[in-house]
Design a protein around this ligand. Structure first.
Ligand code: HEM
Length: 231
């Protein structure tokens, strides 16, 4: 671990910038990490508490399906907020982005499982039919297809193996987020209730717009052939 490809030993007095960025900052980094875990586990603990207190409402299955969907979306947006937050000077969250992304995927998986078991009775034929019958289910499934490779390659090992391809692959988070926002909007269209989905869409638009200057600078730097900023 920590060996360099060129065989040279890193200077003891000048740690590599990447290593320095990864090194846990005493106290602060761990507190932030604990906060991220607390946010990630909060929905699960809340459902357990509500379940024990009989507070899941008249239709607990519908409640849990919807609640898991909403938390999946909120955590996906939180993951996307890390880069703009860094630009505003709040860089501490960067080292916890993977955790946030994995929590988002965890609630997405629970959400899909809830649909598969409670809505479709665990029958693959019924799931397949639903994917094509309801547009919002179809786009939701496409979003999940984008998220799966991100979760599967989120480890340091995959990062190393894929090299520059890792960053390119992780651009899938953008179609995943847009498809998830569409899924929410189309699902609520059936109920003519657009307020919440449109608020989420507006926040997503802001999060994506906040990346534009970085992308623009990166493109210009690449055109000039200098190792400039990236998105
Ligand atoms: C195979 C993929 C998916 C399936 C089958 C699916 C299924 C569903 C179902 C059955 C509902 C509830 C509909 C109702 O109560 O009438 C729903 C709502 C929802 N889903 Fe999904 N979903 C999928 C993917 C996703 C993804 C990737 C996200 C976000 C990351 C997401 C977020 C939501 C949200 C926010 C709601 C609305 C919750 C509410 O109304 O409060 N879903 N989905």
């Amino acid at each position: 671990m920590g060996a360099r490809a060129d065989g040279a030993r890193p200077a003891a007095s000048a740690p590599a910038p990447a290593a320095a960025a990864r090194r846990p900052r005493p106290g602060g980094g761990r507190v932030l990490g604990a906060c991220v875990h607390a946010c990630g586990l909060f929905p699960l603990l809340r459902w357990i508490a509500l379940g024990l207190a009989g507070g899941l409402g008249a239709n607990p299955q519908e409640f849990l399906t919807r609640s898991s969907g909403l938390w999946a979306l909120a955590l996906l947006w939180a993951t996307l907020a890390v880069t703009p937050a860094r630009r505003l000077g709040w860089s501490g969250l960067l080292r916890h982005r993977r955790k946030l992304g994995l929590y988002a995927f965890f609630y997405t998986a629970l959400h899909v499982l809830a649909w598969a078991v409670w809505d479709r009775g665990g029958a693959p034929a019924s799931m397949w039919t639903d994917l094509w019958a309801r547009d919002f289910i179809g786009v939701g499934a496409l979003a999940v297809l984008c998220l799966i490779p991100l979760a599967a390659t989120s480890t340091q090992g995959w990062m190393r193996r894929l090299g520059r391809g890792w960053k390119r692959l992780h651009m899938l988070v953008y179609p995943a987020a847009i498809l998830s926002a569409l899924h929410f909007d189309w699902m609520r269209a059936g109920k003519n209730d657009f307020l919440e989905p449109r608020l989420y869409a507006a926040v997503l638009a802001l999060l994506l717009a906040a990346r534009l200057p970085g992308w623009w600078r990166g493109r210009r730097a690449a055109r000039r052939g200098s190792p400039g900023a990236s998105g």
